[in-house]
Design a binder for this molecule. Structure first.
Ligand code: RNT
Ligand code: ZN
Length: 425
């Protein structure tokens, strides 16, 4: 992938960086060993704008939106897997693929959401196995005729509620299968659209119903080595501006009480609220956290994740809190206006870079300043970390994993666009 001279340069720069960080008490070799084992769960739905492969082919609903019409959207299982493989070949480290039931292998048959079985997901498990990846899973209680009222698991209509309870139960069964088969715990993440556009009076009723539905779904127990449940709240969606049943307070309370994970999607809070501030606030109480790293521009717009201050701060908080074994890192964005493989790679590489940045922070040294009250030095060192030779460690990491370093992955995506996407007309 790289010329010999290139490799030599990368190694030379790494040697310098290694010495630099060693002076601050950081062993970069050890950091990279740690980094390669931390899985990043990459959401499959960036590949096809959250459409899926159901024969009924429902339009995207639930108040989420993918805008743009870039060429080459994956239209079937083979294309999606091909695209993910390409993206995976440009993303260093351990990986999982995050799936929805609408991506099942239905082989041209109409299979409704309350009829999905493990059989429809065997080929994904085979694929994951041969790509050394884990799988995470989510129900899809949206983009469906039974979701049109705006309510699913919290619906007052028993027929609708029971339909989604059945769907959710089946999704957990499939998650258990993935975890067992791949010997990598599957995070089962539940997000529902439920809510209302306008002023609602039966807020409590819907929340009571949702609580009962969740209790029923979770009454089925599976080994924790196979599946861990997580709950994802939201501030609002399109058409649920006034009321969202599964709010942050609702799910945080449920998760603490019932020993579940809480999912923090970085687009699901007020724009000035920071997920990085929430991590240490919930850690004393919660079983763990699932992250949906997204980039909301003015609203929950699901732009591609980048190496922003907030993503770096989220990773810093996890590392400083020593919580890497309690936090499950994943991405969640959908941009249909640019090359979708490029979008995946940008987002995932940004997340891993942020994680590396956090692992290279001289925490003990900065904490020493903090505990001795030398607060200018704390701030000063934090500032200085920003220009440390972190890029040299990153590029070395990429090459050591046989992955392209920065800049060279872009040509790979262009080539794929020309060879594969251009042919998808
Ligand atoms: C929606 C949530 C949810 C979805 C996916 C498709 O606002 O973020 O996680 O993006 O499940
Ligand atoms: Zn999300």
């Amino acid at each position: 992938m790289q010329t010999r001279e290139h490799m030599k340069n990368i190694e030379k720069q790494y040697e310098y960086a290694k010495e630099y960080y060693a002076g601050l008490g950081i062993n970069t070799d050890k950091v990279l060993k740690k980094l390669e084992k931390i899985p990043v769960s990459i959401h499959c739905w960036q590949g096809d704008d959250v459409v899926g492969f159901e024969e009924s082919g429902s339009a995207l609903g639930g108040g989420i939106l993918a805008t743009g019409n870039f060429k080459g959207r994956a239209r079937n299982l083979a294309e999606l897997q091909q695209d993910i493989e390409k993206a995976f070949s440009l993303i260093p480290g351990a990986k999982k693929i995050n799936l929805h039931p609408i991506y099942g292998d239905f082989k041209g048959k109409k299979v409704d959401r309350n009829a999905i079985t493990v059989d429809h997901f065997k080929s994904w498990a085979d694929w994951a196995e041969s790509n050394s990846a884990g799988i995470d899973f989510n129900p899809t209680p949206f983009s469906h005729i039974f979701a049109e009222s705006g309510y699913t698991l919290s619906s007052k209509d028993k027929k609708i509620r029971d339909f989604w309870i059945e769907h959710t139960k089946r999704c957990r069964e499939i998650s258990n299968y993935f975890g067992k088969r791949l010997k990598k715990t599957c995070i089962f993440n539940l997000w529902i659209q439920d809510g209302s556009k306008d002023i609602t009076l039966s807020k409590l009723e819907h929340r009571q119903i949702l609580k009962d539905s969740l209790d029923e779904v979770f009454s089925i127990k599976y080994p924790e080595s196979n599946i861990i449940d997580s709950l994802e709240s939201k501030l609002f969606g399109i058409a649920s501006e006034s009321y969202v049943v599964g709010s942050h307070e609702f799910y945080l309370s449920y998760a603490v009480k019932n020993d579940k994970l809480i999912t923090f999607d970085t687009g699901h809070f007020h724009p000035t609220e920071l997920v990085s501030d929430k991590i240490s606030a919930v850690l004393p109480y919660i079983k763990g956290i699932m992250l949906h790293l997204s980039r909301g521009i003015r609203w929950d717009s699901d732009h591609v994740t980048i190496l922003s201050d907030e993503v770096i701060n989220i990773m810093r908080e996890i590392v400083i809190s020593n919580a890497l074994d309690k936090v499950y890192i994943g991405t969640d964005f959908f941009d249909a206006s640019i090359n979708r493989i490029g979008a995946w790679v940008i987002g995932a590489r940004a997340v891993i870079k942020a994680l590396l940045f956090a692992l290279l922070e001289p925490v003990s040294l900065i904490k020493k300043y903090e505990s001795s009250g030398q607060l200018f030095a704390r701030l000063g060192l934090l500032e200085d970390t920003k220009t440390m030779p972190f890029g040299a460690v990153w590029n070395y990491y990429c090459s050591s994993q046989d992955m392209p370093q920065d800049l060279s992955w872009i040509d790979e995506v262009f080539k794929y666009e020309k060879d594969v996407l251009d042919a998808r007309i």
